[in-house]
Write a protein that binds this ligand. Structure first.
Ligand SMILES: Nc1ncnc2c1ncn2[C@@H]1O[C@H](COP(=O)(O)OP(=O)(O)OP(=O)(O)O)[C@@H](O)[C@H]1O
Length: 300
């Protein structure tokens, strides 16, 4: 079932379009990557879902029901521009956010204590936000986002400001929440995290949705049937249809397009030219697919 469904969403700022006829289906329990270059419309979309700004037209449904103020407690939103009260102490602040999201006093206390312990920051509970490093404050903001166990988590560039170790901590927390059934919408420019974390992706460019689907399906559709081959030796007399990319360290590296034959037949053919020490299909990365799609849609 789709936990979030968007139909025909439009948003313009004066004459500047931010979203044009965007449809989106976010399956429950997945990590959903929202990708797009700067100015594509991602933040506008996220703000509309969070009811911070209104769309010009279109419909949004959460579990089949039209989006309403009552849904705010079902969503946890980590904005790119972080917003904590600098003068407030960590513990106090988290209690405040938990209460704001509807937790009882006892429930809030329990959750704050659980998360401070879990992210190993209990010792900072009495510190003011202004005395924390950027990464530490980010951890506090992450807790503020998830403290009420939202069903949908919307994270805008959640790894920015973290060192690699803490980025890994947040990544693992995100996956643990997914395992417990939380749906995660992740907006990021970091393609390597998209590849590793997302089940589904949507790409937006210049307000239009240009690509959408399960990551595995998108990668499969983008296969070019090209193989990266390594042959032992250099100066080998090869047919023109093989594209030699380099000759280095006593090896010839080439790209071979699979035409009518099967990979096994191709391998057999290659073996007649020398010892095959590498044979691997070239599958485009999400980053390559992203760049290609953006170029394509810019030319349309
Ligand atoms: N408050 C605003 N007033 C006028 N134009 C705006 C406003 N907010 C966004 N825009 C414009 O709407 C378009 C979409 O912007 P949006 O911030 O949604 O993109 P984005 O994909 O989040 O970009 P980024 O990755 O840079 O954060 C851009 O052309 C932007 O200049």
């Amino acid at each position: 079932m789709d936990i979030l469904k968007i139909e025909g969403l439009n948003k313009n700022y004066g004459v500047q379009p931010a979203l044009t006829d965007v449809d989106l289906n976010v399956p429950e329990g997945c990590v959903f990557g929202l990708l797009g270059p700067n100015g594509a419309g991602k933040t506008s979309l996220i703000r509309i879902i969070n009811q911070i700004i209104a769309a010009d037209s279109g419909d949004i449904f959460i579990k089949g029901k039209p989006l309403s103020p009552g849904h705010i407690k079902d969503i946890g939103y980590l904005p790119e521009e972080r917003g904590l009260y600098k003068r407030m102490k960590v513990g106090e602040q988290l209690l405040y956010f938990a209460r704001l999201k509807g937790l009882s006093a006892a429930g809030a206390k329990e959750k704050v204590s659980y998360w401070l312990e879990r992210l190993d920051i209990k010792a900072w509970s009495e510190k003011k936000i202004e005395d924390l490093s950027k990464g530490m404050a980010q951890k506090v903001q992450f807790i503020a986002t998830v403290i009420h166990d939202p069903e949908i988590l919307i994270l805008d560039e959640p790894f920015s400001g973290f060192d690699p170790v803490n980025a890994e901590v947040i990544k693992n927390e995100m996956l643990a929440l997914k395992d417990r059934g939380t749906t995660v919408v992740l907006s990021t420019h970091r393609m390597e995290s998209v590849e590793l974390l997302c089940d589904h992706i949507t790409m937006i460019n210049k307000s239009y949705k240009v690509l959408d689907g399960p990551v595995s399906q998108i990668k499969d559709q983008s296969r070019s049937n090209t193989f990266k081959v390594k042959l032992k030796g250099t100066g080998i007399d090869l047919p023109e249809k093989y594209l030699v990319r380099a000759e280095e360290a006593g090896m010839t590296l080439l790209d071979v397009h699979l035409e009518h034959d099967s990979p096994n037949e191709l391998l057999g053919e290659l073996m007649t030219y020398g010892e095959v020490i590498g044979f691997e299909e070239r599958i485009p990365t999400i980053e390559e697919i992203f760049i290609e799609k953006v170029k394509e849609s810019n030319n349309e």
